[in-house]
Ligand binder design. Structure first.
Ligand code: HEC
Ligand code: HEC
Ligand code: HEC
Length: 117
């Protein structure tokens, strides 16, 4: 193969990779912008999903604990795979407290600021 063909082939591959990764990004299901979570006796917890996606960038911060599926937290709690308040204490409140301590933008840490009931 002469060098001209190598250049053309390289361009083809580069364009192909860029094109397919654009499609993957566009097809990633980000779920709803806002979600209301079951909060037991304390009442519903409005959760700004998109705000967290944009701020944290990393889906795994939460979705390593429960899957990207509506109602998955409640389903796992019912199946005994997740303790009640685990998400609240080990994800939501924990992260908010840590970020506040670090002097960064953060979220609520008191009951009534999260639970609307
Ligand atoms: C700060 C926590 C958090 C982060 C970060 C996060 N999510 Fe979620 N996501 C949730 C919660 C909470 C639910 C609702 C689970 C439930 O209903 O039990 C959810 C649900 C979903 C759903 C299901 C929606 C539906 O209606 O079925 C999808 C899809 C999803 N997330 C995609 C993503 C993607 C993609 C990212 C990263 C770009 C992401 N999430 C980042 C917390 C988060
Ligand atoms: C950062 C938001 C946030 C704060 C602050 C918060 N909660 Fe929650 N709470 C949640 C979320 C999300 C859930 C549902 C997921 C879970 O059970 O971990 C929940 C669930 C609960 C449940 C229901 C558990 C069940 O399955 O029956 C109770 C009760 C509760 N919280 C009480 C409290 C009390 C009391 C406080 C204050 C000391 C508090 N919460 C502070 C977000 C919060
Ligand atoms: C890994 C870190 C992290 C986790 C986990 C997390 N949050 Fe947050 N949260 C943030 C940050 C950062 C902000 C501040 C975003 C901003 O103001 O731009 C925030 C802000 C918020 C706000 C305030 C939004 C506003 O408009 O001021 C609410 C409500 C909230 N979070 C609820 C929750 C709930 C409920 C959970 C658990 C399901 C959760 N967060 C999990 C980092 C986190």
């Amino acid at each position: 193969m002469n060098s001209k063909w190598i250049v053309i082939l390289t361009i083809f591959i580069a364009v192909g990779v860029a094109w397919s990764s654009t499609i993957i990004a566009a097809e990633q299901n980000k779920g709803p912008a806002d979600i209301s979570l079951y909060g037991g006796s304390k009442g519903e917890v409005p959760f700004p999903h998109r705000l967290h996606q944009d701020n944290l960038g990393d889906c795994k911060a939460c979705h390593d604990v429960f899957p990207q599926k509506k109602g998955s937290i409640e389903a796992m709690k019912t199946e005994g795979k997740l303790k009640k308040k685990h998400v609240m204490n080990k994800l939501c409140t924990k992260c908010h407290r840590q970020m506040k301590k670090a002097g960064e933008k953060s979220g609520p840490t008191t009951c009534t600021k999260c639970h609307s009931g």
